[in-house]
Write a protein that binds this ligand. Structure first.
Ligand SMILES: [Zn+2]
Ligand SMILES: [Zn+2]
Length: 259
């Protein structure tokens, strides 16, 4: 399994890249490559097109409906609805229940069908806690995590390897469960100790991400969702003080092997 980092800037697009979006790829036993896009935050639809033709996506999963995790799906919807190819079918999109109305509001229209076409380009599926579903070779499990809005983390397994993704979350039992024994734990560290202590129940710090990785005994902790105003060395140093295993800080266009 591979993870392409399309965007990893925390909370809003930054000068070096887009907000959260990750492309997950895996080949099945027949040699077909499956591609699932995990989040599509502000600014991410542009760089996605540097990595793949979006028409090759098999599904999209959205952790929660903050703009830095879903807003550019409005661009993907236009792309899919009006593409010159007429064989794309509907693209499965797994997200919190209100995504279709959010997209319509941003696109300034009534209903979920774009002007001039017959049906929604997306096949919408509603996420819930402890939900399990399959996309090609990927087994995906959701857990509701601690954030001010309905938000999910994902645990994705294919051919015996496991990727865990925090989405946006502060410390909670569900996050420990998601991360347990993961080969790669892609975990946000949007806050830093001291500076952001007045906020709770929103984001992890590098220290709290490291503590979660330590409790969950993950093989590789990859920190992400660092806002433009934070020096990445700060959360990285915090995490290293809390977790003895492998830790990296993700960058736009990184390719992470899950093995
Ligand atoms: Zn976020
Ligand atoms: Zn959020």
């Amino acid at each position: 399994m591979r993870v392409h980092v399309i965007g990893c800037s925390g909370s809003f697009a930054g000068p070096e890249g887009a907000a959260s979006s990750y492309l997950i790829e895996h080949e099945d036993a027949q040699g077909r490559t499956w591609r699932v896009l995990m989040d599509l935050g502000s600014g991410a639809f542009g760089p996605l097109q540097k990595v793949i033709d979006p028409a090759d996506l098999d599904a999209v999963i959205i952790s929660h409906l903050h703009p830095d995790h879903y807003l550019d799906i409005t661009g993907l919807e236009v792309f899919w609805a009006y593409h010159w190819r007429d064989d794309l079918g509907q693209l499965p999109v797994h997200a919190p229940a209100t995504l279709p109305e959010r997209i319509s509001a941003v696109l300034n229209r009534e209903g979920t069908v774009p002007d001039g076409v017959d049906c929604s380009p997306f096949e919408h599926h509603t996420l819930s806690d402890h939900h399990r579903f399959r996309i090609g070779p990927f087994e995906i499990e959701t857990r509701a995590v601690l954030h001010p809005v309905e938000a999910y983390g994902f645990r994705i397994t294919a051919d015996g390897v496991t990727l865990a993704y925090s989405g946006d979350s502060d410390t909670c039992e569900a996050l420990d469960d998601l991360a347990r024994g993961a080969d790669l734990f892609l975990c946000e560290a949007g806050y830093i100790e001291g500076r952001d202590d007045r906020f709770s129940g929103v984001h992890l710090t590098g220290r709290r991400a490291g503590e979660c990785a330590e409790r969950a005994e993950v093989r590789h902790l990859a920190l992400t969702h660092i806002p433009a105003w934070t020096d990445p060395e700060v959360p990285l140093t915090e995490a290293r003080a809390a977790h003895s295993g492998r830790i990296t800080m993700v960058r736009p266009m990184d390719i992470l092997e899950v093995s």
